[in-house]
Each structure stands twice: as structure tokens, then as C-alpha cells.
Design a protein around this ligand. Structure first.
Ligand code: ZN
Length: 316
């Protein structure tokens, strides 16, 4: 490290290397906006911080993945129980609409998906086209009505479409029908689970084969009628920074920081996930820039951040 600055921190900063997933609805903005080397022009997902076996991120200079470190050095994550790093941070580039989907809760997934956790997720809209929308929830008054509308393919009446703008934030609980729609770039914080039930996929085919749907499971787990989840953002200013608390639920808390200058944050958590959305600066003297993803280890203590930066951080 170039500079010899003493910081009152007991923790380490792990640099996480993303892994990428091609998707029929994906695009190339993970390259054009974040500068990542992507596998193709159909790259839908950047798994930015993940220890999930379907996308286990390498940790720089460690020669190991986040999933391996989670198992081998649990003390770095406050000896949290569980055999998998509990959060996944993704950046999603939706060039086209994603399938209409729903996720189960822990209880349903535990019984029906070999003990997998369920999936609670939340979205921070990094960018979107004018008139972009997402789907959150539905307009059926009961499960029977929902089933009938699904069978009739009456999607236009069933689905609850919501206009979005850059900077919007949405919490998606299990049982909430949802879809990210075309022209949207989103940072997603979620439980470490890959269990998705698709209601509808616009008749899309991959290699000549329609993508699999899971209508019985989707109908079983979707809450009816839909009840909107209210999240209340709390915003505060401190020296050099404006901090927005976006959500706290059973699985995670998520915050957004806009920094001009220098500030100090104090982290006493099992770990903290950080994703740099724009700008450049330093974290305890270490250079960081747009597109970097970091994990701060257990009871990290004081983090001195400087620069012109926007970042999202989350903890369990
Ligand atoms: Zn989802």
C-alpha cells in the first residue's frame, strides 16, 4: 500500500471479482456503463458479491472464492451460522423484459426445494429509459381469480405495472409477483437463493425451446390479494456525506451513500457488502472506483471514505 495511514479498523477489505450470466433478455451495459469484460451482448446479470455455488465470486489476492472463505474462515464473517454466504448482490441489465416471476419463502423452499432458503430481494434503480416500468404485484382479488386470469393469459389486467425513475427503490418479499422490464439497470440485494417460479416468459425461446414455466408452484406461493410493501427511506447528512437508509427486513439492511469529500462510517456487523456505483475515491487509503465490489469483514470498525463517490452498502 502506497500510503502509511493508520486507521482504527480491525477488519479486512476483501475485493470481490464479479461473475457474469448470459440471459436471453440481457444486454451490454455491464460493459458500457461499468467497464466489465462481459461474455456477450446478452449479458443479463453481474453476480457482484456472491458465495452461491451457481455463481461463486473469486476474491482478489486470495486464490479462493467467497464461498470457500466463508467455509474456511468463518471468523471473518462473525461466525454466522449457515453453510452459504447469506446475501447476493447483483447488477441486472434488462435490455428486454424479464419473465414474470415469484419467489417462495424459506418455509416453502425448505420443503419443496431441497432445503434451499427462500428469496427476499430489493431493487435500487441505477438507470432506466424514459417511460420504463416494473411489475410489482397483481390486481386479482383472490387466488381463484388469479388462477383464472393466468389460465386465460389475461396478463394485461392481472399485472400491476409501476412507472419507475432512476434512484427508485423497491422491496420484493416472497410471494410478491414481479418482473423487471426492458430498459432498466438495477442493483439487487437478495437472500442467497436461486429459486424462481416463472408465471410467464412472453413465449420466448432459448435455442428453439421455450423457457420452463412453474405455474402450479407460482400460484401456490403468490399472495392474493396483493398488499403493497411500504418502505420508508430515512435520509441524514453527516460531514461530507448524505446517507439514505433504504430498507431493513429480516435478511438485510441496505443503505445508499453519496459522498463529496471525506467521512467516517463505523461498522459493527458480521460483514458489510459495498458496491461502488459511480465516482472514485479511497476506503481506508485503498483506491476504489465505479464497478468495484468489496466485503468488509467482521466488526470492521472505522471506515474512512474519501472522494466523490456513490455507493450502496448492506449488512445482515
Ligand atoms: Zn426475482
Amino acid at each position: 500500500m502506497a500510503k502509511e495511514i493508520k486507521h482504527r479498523s480491525n477488519g479486512e477489505i476483501l475485493r470481490i471479482s464479479p461473475v457474469f450470466r448470459e440471459k436471453p433478455w440481457g444486454g451490454k451495459r455491464l460493459n458500457t456503463v461499468f467497464g466489465y469484460t462481459i461474455p456477450s451482448e446478452y449479458t443479463g446479470e453481474c453476480w457482484a458479491i456472491s458465495g452461491h455455488p451457481d455463481g461463486d465470486c473469486p476474491v482478489a489476492d486470495a486464490g479462493r472464492t467467497l464461498g470457500q472463505i466463508w467455509k474456511e474462515q468463518p471468523e471473518l464473517f462473525g461466525n454466522l451460522p449457515g453453510d452459504i454466504f447469506p446475501l447476493i448482490i447483483k447488477i441486472i441489465d434488462a435490455r428486454e423484459n424479464l419473465s414474470i416471476q415469484v419467489h417462495p419463502d424459506d418455509e416453502y423452499a425448505g420443503i419443496h426445494e431441497k432445503g434451499s432458503p427462500g428469496k427476499t430481494e430489493c431493487w435500487y434503480v441505477l438507470d432506466c429509459e424514459r417511460d420504463a416500468e416494473v411489475i410489482i404485484g397483481h390486481n386479482a382479488s383472490s387466488r381463484e381469480e388469479m388462477k383464472r386470469m393466468v389460465e386465460e393469459g389475461n396478463w394485461s389486467e392481472l399485472l400491476r405495472e409501476i412507472p419507475i425513475r432512476k434512484g427508485d427503490f423497491f422491496q420484493i418479499n416472497p410471494g410478491c409477483l414481479h418482473a423487471i422490464k426492458a430498459g432498466t439497470l438495477i442493483l439487487e440485494t437478495q437472500q442467497s437463493s436461486d429459486v424462481t417460479y416463472r408465471f410467464y416468459d412472453y413465449g420466448r425461446q432459448v435455442d428453439g425451446i421455450p423457457r420452463e414455466l412453474h405455474i402450479p408452484q407460482a400460484l401456490a406461493v403468490t399472495a392474493a390479494p396483493f398488499a403493497a410493501e411500504k418502505t420508508q427511506q430515512k435520509i441524514w447528512q453527516q460531514e461530507g456525506a448524505r446517507i439514505s437508509h433504504l430498507v431493513t427486513c429480516r435478511y438485510y439492511s441496505v443503505y445508499r451513500v453519496e459522498l463529496q469529500g471525506e467521512t467516517k462510517l463505523n461498522f459493527e456487523y458480521p460483514f458489510v457488502c459495498v458496491s461502488i456505483l459511480s465516482g472514485c475515491g479511497t476506503f481506508n487509503g485503498m483506491p476504489v472506483k465505479r464497478g468495484d465490489h468489496l466485503v468488509l469483514t467482521a466488526n470492521f470498525g472505522e471506515l474512512c471514505v474519501s472522494g466523490a463517490l456513490e455507493f450502496i452498502y448492506s449488512h445482515v
